[in-house]
Design a protein around this ligand. Structure first.
Ligand code: ADP
Ligand code: MG
Length: 289
């Protein structure tokens, strides 16, 4: 039978918006020593602002936003949704994308107004149009940059500002007080962005440019040194969440696939819920043992 203290812990955690899927994950949560955090949508709030546009072809700024947003309607990625919001704010009326193929965490390809369009990270877009990645054209190297290609040609970059959630430094300090000795970032985004966004957080390591499979490898490598918790929001995080001792999904606005793969779902859209979650788990385990 499951000790009463654990059951009570589950229900107390739920009051804080932390849905723990059973006594086993609750116990595991109390023993975590390493934390791996996703960036976009987890450490950042995933509601980035479109701050500038680099024109690289013969489309205007409005046309760049139009094509990127029209195609990104097909994606649940937080950056994609921010681009759609920016287009609506500019008064754009978006057609529905056709023949859509999404590569989770990298970008989307499809047809807009009968023209082939690719939107996503610079490396992904370059690979789709068989062009070299034009590093030097990325003026704002420390910001999230989304590339757009139309008719097989690179047309522009959308520069997005994606800031840390308020209170992130305090949260990490609190987690360290609870015994989490090692905190890492694992992101599909570029290293320069990851370093700028997390400057001052004193992370133990940053793993950047990761595919979903590489996020799994980071989790498995860290597990050799003890129980690992992985927190993420995206479809690209789901395999890593499943590979961790405790996978935690940002449930309120995250992808359904990540919530399914996770052991713990944060029903409130903020990583600061980890703190009461772990505190409650540690107390429940002390009482139950
Ligand atoms: P993280 O792993 O930190 O959550 P992601 O791997 O989800 O980051 O995203 C990394 C980068 O990939 C984004 O900053 C963006 O440049 C690009 N990207 C991924 N999917 C899309 C999309 N659907 N539309 C536009 N850009 C995308
Ligand atoms: Mg993410």
């Amino acid at each position: 039978a499951v000790p009463v203290a654990l059951v009570a812990g589950l229900s107390r955690a739920a009051h804080f918006g932390v849905l723990i899927k059973g006594a086993k994950p609750l116990e595991a949560l109390a023993r975590i020593r390493t934390l791996i955090l996703d960036k976009t949508g987890t450490l950042t709030d995933g509601r980035p602002q479109l701050v500038s546009i680099n024109i690289l072809g013969d489309l205007s700024e409005d046309e760049i936003v139009y094509f990127a947003a029209a195609l990104d309607q097909a994606s649940k990625h937080p950056i994609a949704q921010a681009i759609v919001a920016a287009a609506h704010a500019r008064g754009a009326v978006l057609p529905l994308p056709e023949h859509v193929v999404e590569t989770p965490g990298e970008g989307v390809a499809g047809m807009i107004d009968g023209r082939p369009v690719v939107v996503g990270g610079a490396a992904f877009v370059a690979s789709q149009i068989a062009a070299a990645e034009p590093q030097r054209n990325i003026r704002d190297a420390g910001s999230v940059v989304v590339a757009l290609a139309v008719d097989g040609k690179l047309m522009g970059h959308l520069v997005m500002a994606d800031a840390l959630r308020a209170g992130t430094a305090d949260l990490l300090a609190g987690l360290r007080r609870l015994g989490i000795g090692r905190i890492l970032l694992a992101t599909g985004d570029r290293r320069a962005v990851a370093e700028r966004v997390t400057a001052g957080l004193r992370l133990d390591a940053i793993r950047a440019d990761l595919t979903p499979d590489q996020k799994v490898l980071v989790v498995l490598t860290e597990r050799k040194n003890g129980p690992v918790m992985m927190v993420g929001d995206g479809v690209n995080d789901a395999p890593a969440l499943a590979a961790a001792d405790v996978g935690v999904a940002m449930g309120a606005r995250g992808a359904a696939a990540s919530a399914e793969a996770a052991d713990v779902v944060l029903l409130v859209d903020h990583v600061d819920r980890l703190l009461p979650g772990i505190e409650i788990a540690q107390r429940a385990r002390r009482i139950a043992l």
